[in-house]
Ligand binder design. Structure first.
Ligand SMILES: NC(=O)c1ccc[n+]([C@@H]2O[C@H](COP(=O)([O-])OP(=O)(O)OC[C@H]3O[C@@H](n4cnc5c(N)ncnc54)[C@H](O)[C@@H]3O)[C@@H](O)[C@H]2O)c1
Length: 238
């Protein structure tokens, strides 16, 4: 299988730094995460010269930064730990936090990086289950529902419905409108149809109104595009 985007915790440690070099060597894009409690910068000398490597200094106990950092990773390799267990009797809390709680945070962060993790999962399952089973996914854009964010990021009380998508999105989403939930139904039906999706497995339909092309930015064309084109015509007043 192909590994495209990997996230390595404990990237400045003995095992982590070697894994980083290996992943870069097979063409992978790597984000490394480490708090440098025991990690060594010189272990990353080679990786830091690589364009496909990005180092993020952070502590796995900082769940919200970790969650943002992990976003986009298809594979997560978790090697950050207080590996020196020798003095565990003197600092049991440290071991509990940096090994157990930190691992819990990594797993939670993977859950919230779900869209991208699910992309990896869909592809892997499509490969494992072929040819009997087809595995495809639909990735819808924002819809005005009661969807809420994770409590750990302070988003549990805020429903997406409280954001007036019809006011903000039209100028920011390339298709210039916010689809309804029902507008997405056809995509699922398409993948469920034995006749219509014959070539599809491991496919993800990014059904997001073009949002994924550039993220939350003003589109280059914009609503005034016809007027701007008209203005460039010979004889048009400027
Ligand atoms: N080295 C071994 O022989 C061996 C054998 C079996 C298992 N392991 C396990 O493999 C893993 C890596 O081992 P290693 O030898 O590379 O250890 P290491 O100490 O060299 O690497 C651990 C890395 O994690 C970082 N780190 C620690 N706590 C962190 C936190 N809260 N947030 C972010 N980064 C943090 C450290 O700075 C360090 O760079 C550990 O879980 C270890 O228990 C190691």
């Amino acid at each position: 299988m192909t590994i495209n985007k990997a996230f390595v915790t404990g990237c400045a440690g003995f095992i982590g730094s070697n894994l980083v070099d290996r992943l870069l060597g097979i063409g992978c894009e790597v984000v490394g995460w480490d708090n440098f409690s025991t990690g060594q910068r010189e272990f990353l000398d080679q990786a830091l010269r690589h364009q496909r490597f990005r180092l993020i200094e952070g502590d796995s106990l900082d769940a919200s930064t970790l969650t943002s950092a992990i976003d986009g990773a298809e594979f997560v390799f978790h090697l950050a730990a207080n590996a020196d267990v020798r003095l565990g009797l003197h600092h049991p809390k440290k071991d509990l936090e940096h090994n157990t709680v930190a691992t819990f945070n990594v797993l939670e962060a993977m859950r919230y990086a779900s869209k991208h993790a699910v992309v990896g999962l869909v592809k892997q399952l499509a490969f494992e289950l072929a040819p009997q089973v087809r595995v495809n996914g639909v990735a819808p854009g924002g819809i005005s529902t009661d969807l809420r964010g994770p409590e750990s990021l302070g988003m549990a009380q805020r429903s997406i419905a409280s954001i007036d998508l019809n006011k903000t999105a039209p100028d920011r989403v390339p298709i210039g409108m916010v689809p309804n939930a029902s507008d997405y139904a056809a995509a699922y039906v398409f993948f469920a149809s034995r006749q219509d999706h014959i070539p599809a497995t491991g496919s993800i339909l990014n059904y997001d109104g073009g949002f994924g092309i550039r993220g939350l930015r003003q589109t280059m064309g914009g609503r005034e595009l016809p007027q701007r084109i008209a203005q460039t015509k010979p004889g048009a007043s400027s």
